[in-house]
Ligand binder design. Structure first.
Ligand code: SF4
Ligand code: MG
Length: 316
């Protein structure tokens, strides 16, 4: 299958603190993945793992410190010309966590949608707004003349997905699109991604800390930990038969009785975040039950084990 977006050795370094406390934090390091046509690829990990930083680099909101982003083979990480940027954004649209921030609270939702259509050089006659709303199961009459605050979070997220579809994109990048949506509506929103993939050939890069929806919606998945993708492959294989000790720990942390509970909720140790980020070798070495001497000083490379990538010395 055809490849849409690809990252190569993507890295982002932030300078944190000031004065003598000034230091470098490698927030994203050596991240390599691609999203194919007609697929839903998920980047999953607890908050602070670097997944949003990756999505910002893909969308051009942040410049990579090292590495590249290719869209259909073309380097897009540093598009300087407005025209090129607009062309890229027409094909790669994003959906954000909070739909109320996507829309201007003082403007009627339909006029906002028509403006998006106009911004990309299409006229009302093209009926793109109507078509996009239809794709998410809505009719223009349901949004006409209404302001954002007249909708629930779930409804408005549906409309923001419609907004993203107006340009008929090939790829949607959705960063935590359901984390602010009512739990009872989450599945219906992620279900839309499946429908868009199957009926409109839209690919989705789904970014989430919620492994329940990730398992339900993804074709392939990459698990991130402290800036690296530590395991990546077919979603069924990775989540049901994990190889990396961190993914194994994630899986065990899901309470059987409550599959909707966020997988990472019980494993995220915020206090260890900086210490783990600063580690020279495997970032998980401080907590890994299988840690070996070499893990402490040597960062494991991307290795292959049973049809997936694992960044762990156990699979050398
Ligand atoms: Fe554990 Fe070593 Fe594998 Fe890291 S590389 S996950 S410390 S066994
Ligand atoms: Mg985030």
């Amino acid at each position: 299958t055809e490849e849409l977006i690809r990252t190569e050795k993507l890295q982002k370094i932030f300078v944190v603190g000031g004065g003598f406390a000034r230091s470098k934090l490698v927030a994203v390091d050596d991240v390599n993945f691609h999203v194919k046509k007609n697929e839903i690829f998920t980047l999953a990990g607890e908050s602070g793992c670097g997944k949003s930083t990756v999505s910002k680099m893909l969308l051009g909101f942040l410049e990579p410190s090292e590495g590249n982003v290719y869209y259909k083979g073309k380097d897009v990480a540093n598009l300087k010309k407005w025209k090129e940027k607009k062309g890229f954004m027409k094909e790669v649209q994003s959906i954000f966590q909070n739909p109320f921030e996507t829309f201007n609270p003082l403007r009627k939702v339909d006029s906002y949608l028509y403006d998006t259509q106009k911004h990309y050089g299409m006229s009302k006659k093209d009926k793109m707004v109507e078509e996009a709303l239809e794709a998410v199961g809505l009719d223009i009459s349901e949004v006409k003349g209404r302001y954002p605050n007249e909708f629930s979070g779930g409804q408005l997220q549906r409309i923001s997905i419609a907004r993203a579809l107006i340009t008929r994109p090939s790829l949607l990048i959705a960063d935590e699109p359901v984390s602010m949506v009512d739990a009872s509506l989450r599945m219906s929103i992620v279900n839309l991604f499946k429908e868009l993939r199957d009926n409109r050939h839209v690919s989705v890069l789904y970014i989430t800390h919620d492994l329940a929806t990730a398992y339900y919606v993804s074709d392939r998945i990459g698990i991130m930990f402290r800036g690296n993708i530590i395991e990546m492959g077919d979603v069924e294989q990775v989540l049901m038969n994990p190889k990396h000790p961190y993914t194994q720990m994630l899986k065990e942390s899901i309470p059987e009785a409550d599959p909707n509970k966020k997988w990472t909720e019980r494993i995220s140790i915020k206090e260890l975040e900086t210490e783990e980020y600063m580690r020279k070798g495997c970032k998980f070495a401080g907590r890994c039950p299988y840690v070996m001497d070499k893990c402490k000083d040597n960062m494991p490379p991307e290795l292959q084990a049973e049809n997936r990538m694992v960044r762990c010395w156990l699979y050398e």
